[in-house]
Design a protein around this ligand. Structure first.
Ligand code: C5P
Length: 218
């Protein structure tokens, strides 16, 4: 495809979504938060009584999901799901179903459909490795576990949720381990991905770095 893609992968709460959305805005590109697809799929499964370990049932459900996005809002069957998919519980459920290869395969076409002119910025775990292996620029965006727990803490408090820092550190550790150790599309830095370590960077600095790599790749 001639449509440019900037693929930003990394662990939970690294800030990749914030950076990806700002890069998309700067370039006037579309933005896809692929984690939201896994989150809303888990949410739909809980809603419809499909067990989170029923790989065949989940994959069948995923193929017929009526999803659409408007900015950062996600709609399921025409209704906004809002912050219900942004809780830690929803993240854990997403991470459980995301380990199932048939479900991942069922979500490929949906994700690739977002590749439209003038371009796409997307974030997730396997955007550069599996979904868009021919991406124009691949970034592996990370930060120390302590910094990521702090970022997630602030994000949850801002949304009006309760949050406990120690529990968040534990949660991130478990989710990272599951995402990195699964057989299907594990989280890892691709050989051709730029490493963006953001612990000591501002959001603006991280955005500038991605834009610089993109312009250099033109
Ligand atoms: O990025 P976010 O925390 O919203 O993603 C929720 C979960 O969805 C992750 O922990 C991961 O297991 C899964 N995921 C994935 N592949 C992606 C995006 C998210 O497996 N491309």
């Amino acid at each position: 495809s001639d449509v440019p893609v900037i693929a930003i992968d990394g662990p939970s709460a690294s800030g990749k979504g914030t950076v990806a959305a700002l890069v998309a805005k700067e370039l006037g590109f579309h933005y896809l938060d692929s984690g939201a697809i896994y989150r809303v799929t888990a949410y739909a499964a809980l809603d419809r009584g499909v067990a989170l370990d029923d790989e065949v049932g989940l994959a069948a459900m995923a193929r017929t999901l009526n999803l659409h996005f408007d900015g950062i809002e996600v709609y399921l069957d025409g209704r906004p799901v809002g912050d219900a998919i942004r809780t830690e519980e929803a993240g854990r459920a997403a991470s459980r179903i995301a380990a199932l290869p048939a479900l991942r395969a069922a979500l490929l076409d949906l994700q690739r459909g977002f590749r439209q002119l003038p371009g796409l910025v997307t974030d997730g775990r396997d955007m550069g490795s599996v979904v868009f292996p021919d991406a124009s620029v691949k970034v592996f965006l990370t930060a120390t576990p302590e910094e990521r727990a702090n970022r997630r803490y602030k994000q949850l408090i801002d949304k009006g949720f309760d949050a406990n820092l120690a529990a968040l550190v534990q949660d991130l550790r478990e989710r990272d381990a599951r995402d990195a150790n699964r057989a299907s599309a594990p989280l890892r830095q691709e050989a051709d991905a730029h490493l963006l370590e953001t612990t000591a960077l501002t959001i603006a600095q991280a955005v500038a770095k991605v834009l610089e790599w993109y312009r250099r790749a033109q």
